[in-house]
Structures are given as C-alpha cells and as structure tokens.
Design a binder for this molecule. Structure first.
Ligand SMILES: Nc1ncnc2c1ncn2[C@@H]1O[C@H](COP(=O)(O)OP(=O)(O)OP(=O)(O)O)[C@@H](O)[C@H]1O
Ligand SMILES: [Mg+2]
Length: 407
C-alpha cells in the first residue's frame, strides 16, 4: 500500500521510466514513418532501370555491333529508345537474349547462360557475422543483383527480423508482409499453420531474383525452438535441419540461395549455417569489430561441435572473410586488413568492399550500385564503387564456379 502510494505520487509529479520510453518510442516511430514515406512512398512499386547497349554487351558477352544489327533487322527482343535515340533493354529482354544465344550456339551456351547444369549442386550461401552493421545485407543485395544481371537464378532469403533485405527489394516489413508470410511460416512447428516454402516465395521487380521476406515474425522461431527442444528429448537434431529440408523442396528452381542472417547467433543463424553450402563472414576492419568477430567464431565453433555431437556434419565448399566498408587510405584499417591476411591467408577474399558514398547513397534509396543511373551520383564515384562491388562479386562467383567443378 505504502509503495503503491509512493508510485502514484511519483507518477503524478514525474513520468515513470516505462511510460517515458513508450512515449519516446511512439514519437520516434511516427517521425521515422514520416521520413520513410517522404523518401520512399508506400505505394511506389520498385522498378528496375533499363540497360544501354554497351552495358548489355558487357553483361551478356554479345558484341555491341551484333545487338545493334539484331535491333535494326528486327531480330530478338525490341529495345526501347531513349530521348537521345539510344537503345535500352529491360533485364527480361537481356535474359531473352541469353536464351536465344544459348540455343543458337550450344557449344558456348554456358558463356551466355551460366546457370548450373546437371551434376552442379544448388549453392546456399550464408552471409554472417553477429557484428551489426558489418554490411551483411549490403553484400547480399549486391551479390543477388550481380548474379541476376549475369543470368543466374537467385533466391534471397531474409532471416533477419529487422528485414532490411526485404526492404531493399521493396517489401516494407510493416506494410507489405503479413502474418505467416516469412520463412517462419515454413519452419514453424505447429503442423496446421505451417506452409510449403513455395507458397511464401515472392517474385521481385528484379528478373531472376525471388524473395522470402522477413519481419519480426521470424523471432518466433527463436522462442518456439527452445520450447520444442525442452518438450521432446529426441528433438535435438530437428531444429537446425528444418531450413535445409525446406530449401531442398525448391532446389531445382535456383542456382544460388543467399541467406541474409541477423546480427546474432540464434537458432535461425545456426540453421542458416547448417543449410549453407558456403559462407561469407563480413568484417569491418576496426579493432572492436575484429574482437567481436573473434567472439563470433568462438561461439560458432562451439555450436558446430554441438551439432557434430548430434550427428550433423557441416560440409561447406568454402568459407571466406570479406573485408567490408574498407577505406584503404585509413592506416589503422590497413593494419587490421594486413593482420587478417597474415592470419588467414587466402581465406580472406582479395577484393574488398570499399567504403563508398555511392553505396551509402544507393542504400538510403533502397538500391544497389547496379541500380544507380548515370548522373544520380558523381560519375567517378559511381564508377569506382561499381568496379569495387563487381570485383568482390566476381571473386565470389569464381568460388561458386569452382565448387561446381567448372574450369
Ligand atoms: N561499402 C560501403 N560503403 C558505404 N556504406 C556502406 C557500405 N557497405 C555498407 N554500408 C552502409 O553501412 C550500413 C550497414 O550496412 P548493412 O545494413 O549492410 O549491415 P548489416 O551487417 O546487414 O547490418 P545488421 O547487422 O544490422 O543486419 C548501411 O547503412 C549501409 O548502407
Ligand atoms: Mg543486415
């Protein structure tokens, strides 16, 4: 009674901590919603820009002159014309061209249409590190875009309740993603609510990329799993296999599945690591980030031993470290990069994800550097950023190709 009275007195004279935090949360989320709406109106459907002939030629290895000849002879997809009369192609048209050339020149089909062949397994690539802001999502988006622009079939899977990857694909977690529409729907333990993975896969505006979105709902998996584990003594091996098993259902539809993981080492991240055939660990070259990565590796090592004790074998084609948001002119960063290379040798990817205002600006507009049009940002900045991103993605594609046994 005495306490209740006191609380009441405090409340009337001074706002208590709980109410204050809630009030601030409401003010802030209202403000953020306004900002978001201004920068990215909810009704605006994302669309992909079109590509000039020289870009199409670079992406497909079909010579410029051939494309122009085909267009003037009315063969193949019909490009649109810009005001300056330059030809532009949609990604759908670029993919049509790929199919056409692969059919016409079967001996060189792989050059035009690099998707995997018989005997080449689906690559499930997890991008992980529990350090927040180590550019996991940015790496996922740029890799997905690069792969799709080069004719691969990609499934992007958002395992993060923050759902930044989904947002990059135009699916706003609070608005466009309803209940039972995330990966949780395919993983959940209650049989009557669980949905086939195929039902939660969405097409995106980016031809060749499908998405399984995330939002807060995926956290349910973190809450449900320990409950199920506690109930069933035999369920030890079940939780981490579920993701791998559901991905197997759509194996034939894709060349690469990209898993964007949350900045935590929970059951979802662990499932991702188990489902993955390869892994990229993103690391920002700063002392605190490297210390955090060391913790991540220790914990992951422990957890993998637990999986092994449960009879699970992790057999990944490759694990690489990718240096992200790298400023090569920053001396302390250079020291850390040198240390990582010294310690881990070729396990650190040679190209690095260079820190760039182009990547940052594109990210704010929910775009990758591949989507920026000339003139949206300084020409040199854009070009440098794009080259750096491409070098990283090409190094990853080489690893994928190696794992497929391609020369
Ligand atoms: N190369 C880069 N140059 C400049 N900014 C970058 C670069 N890479 C990422 N960023 C920016 O850094 C921020 C964090 O990146 P991102 O969201 O990809 O990290 P993350 O590891 O996915 O974070 P989280 O752990 O919260 O999921 C974003 O604002 C992104 O735009
Ligand atoms: Mg992220």
């Amino acid at each position: 009674m005495a306490i209740a009275n006191r609380v009441e007195t405090v409340v009337t004279t001074k706002e208590d901590a709980g109410s204050k935090i809630l009030r601030h949360a409401t003010i802030l989320s209202g403000q953020l919603q306004q900002l978001r709406t201004r920068m990215y109106p909810p009704k605006s459907e994302k669309t992909l820009r079109q590509f000039l002939t020289n870009e199409v030629s670079k992406l497909t290895s079909i010579p410029d002159s051939t494309l122009k000849l085909m267009s003037s002879e009315g063969r193949g997809p019909v490009p649109s014309r810009l005001e300056n009369n330059h030809r532009v192609y949609t990604l759908e048209q670029i993919n049509e061209l790929r199919e056409l050339f692969a059919k016409q020149k079967p001996a060189e089909a792989l050059r035009f249409l690099p998707r995997r062949r018989e005997g080449e397994h689906l690559q499930v690539l997890a991008i992980a590190n529990f350090k927040g802001g180590s550019a996991k999502t940015t790496t996922c988006v740029h890799l997905a875009h690069h792969l799709a622009l080069h004719g691969y079939r990609v499934l992007a899977l958002d395992l993060d309740p923050q759902a930044s990857l989904s947002a990059m694909f135009g699916a706003q977690p609070e608005i466009d993603i309803g209940a039972n529409e995330t990966i949780y729907a395919a993983l959940r333990y209650d049989d009557n609510e669980r949905r086939p993975i195929r039902d939660i896969i969405r097409k995106t505006y980016f031809d060749g990329i499908d998405l399984i979105p995330g939002n807060l709902e995926v956290m349910e998996y973190e809450h449900e799993t320990p409950r199920v584990l506690a109930q069933k003594s035999t369920a030890g091996a079940i939780f981490f296999e579920r993701l791998k098993l559901v991905l197997a259902e759509v194996e034939d539809d894709y060349d690469v599945v990209i898993l964007d993981t949350p900045p935590s080492l929970g059951f979802l991240t662990l499932s991702a690591i188990y489902a993955a055939t390869s892994m990229i660990i993103t690391v920002h070259p700063a002392m605190l980030d490297v210390a955090s990565m060391s913790q991540f590796l220790l914990m992951m090592g422990d957890l993998i031993s637990v999986l092994n004790e449960n009879g699970a074998q992790l057999d990944q084609d490759f694990i690489r470290y990718l240096v992200t948001r790298h400023d090569p002119n920053d001396a302390p960063q250079s020291q850390i990069v040198a240390m990582l290379r010294h310690l881990f040798g070729s396990d650190v990817l040679l190209p690095t994800a260079i820190e760039s205002t182009a990547v940052e600006a594109a990210g704010l507009a929910k775009r990758s550097v591949y989507e920026l049009e000339m003139g949206q940002i300084g020409r040199d900045t854009h070009k440098r950023a794009r080259e750096a991103v491409e070098a990283v993605n090409e190094a990853i594609i080489r690893l994928l190709s190696d794992s497929w046994g391609r020369a």
